[in-house]
Design a protein around this ligand. Structure first.
Ligand SMILES: Cc1cc2nc3c(=O)[nH]c(=O)nc-3n(C[C@H](O)[C@H](O)[C@H](O)COP(=O)(O)OP(=O)(O)OC[C@H]3O[C@@H](n4cnc5c(N)ncnc54)[C@H](O)[C@@H]3O)c2cc1C
Length: 216
């Protein structure tokens, strides 16, 4: 697990001490998240499309319909920017100006590659699924030939990468600390709800532990 080297394009400019380039921080963010935003230009128009991803080692996997413009465009090897964001809390200051958000985010620059080899593609789909819900792949029906044909899988190498992290409470101007207004952090996070069984679920089917105890 080697750290990332900031480049001219990934050097955090605003509040640079929040910039992180160590692999541990980057991978931890990528492993807690499973939604990213993929930025690319098609026909001169920039698009930023939300999508799921999986991370394994130094690769990010994207998948979807073979008809998807995003995947068709990216498979041509054009430059792409992928952003992942986790929101940890609202930072409530005494002044409007010093309000903030505690967050952890990652920006990845590079070019994606089509995963074509059928064995590698199936493995990528397994890793993608396991990234989002560990334990699921072994229980479900795996994609058949036709489903594989209709699915595009891309891999994006984690090479030019930055993370940015904000933690802690508000930092107010000295004269504002006397104000009688609540200040602090309202932590926010993703929580699991109660599983809702499918209407056609066989009544005796137990809920697996990986669903009952799901957490990121
Ligand atoms: C949390 C999340 C996870 C997703 N995971 C996947 C995934 O793993 N694989 C996958 O293929 N797709 C995923 N999607 C759907 C994805 O965002 C696109 O809608 C999908 O890829 C369709 O692409 P397309 O090429 O047909 O759309 P395009 O042809 O690129 O879309 C045409 C236009 O439709 C509109 N549009 C498309 N998608 C969205 C959107 N999500 N929200 C609002 N407007 C939109 C935009 O205006 C866009 O320019 C996910 C979406 C969300 C929100």
């Amino acid at each position: 697990m080697s750290d990332f080297t900031p480049t001219e394009r990934t050097q955090v400019m605003r509040l640079p001490k929040r910039g992180k380039y160590d692999a541990e921080t980057v991978y931890k963010i990528l492993d807690e998240a499973f939604v990213c935003h993929v930025g690319f230009i098609a026909g001169g128009q920039p698009y930023v499309i939300p999508t799921n991803f999986g991370r394994v080692s130094d690769k990010l996997y994207l998948h979807g319909s073979a008809a998807s413009r995003m995947l068709r465009t990216l498979s041509q090897g054009i430059p792409v920017c992928v952003t992942v964001t986790l929101v940890d809390g609202l930072v409530l200051a005494r002044s409007a100006f010093h309000h903030s958000v505690n967050y952890r985010s990652v920006v990845i620059l590079g070019t994606a590659k089509l995963v074509e080899d059928p064995t590698e593609k199936m493995e990528a789909l397994r890793l993608f699924t396991e990234h989002i819900m560990k334990g699921r792949w072994d229980e479900i029906r795996w994609p058949n030939e036709q489903e594989m044909k209709g699915t595009t899988v891309l891999s994006l190498p984690l090479e030019e990468v930055s993370a940015k992290v904000r933690v802690g409470g508000p930092v107010d101007d000295e004269e504002d600390y006397a104000m009688p207004v609540w200040a602090g952090v309202l932590p926010l996070g993703m929580t699991k709800g109660e599983p809702v069984p499918d209407a056609r679920l066989k009544a005796e089917t137990p809920i697996p532990d990986y669903i009952a105890n799901y957490s990121r």
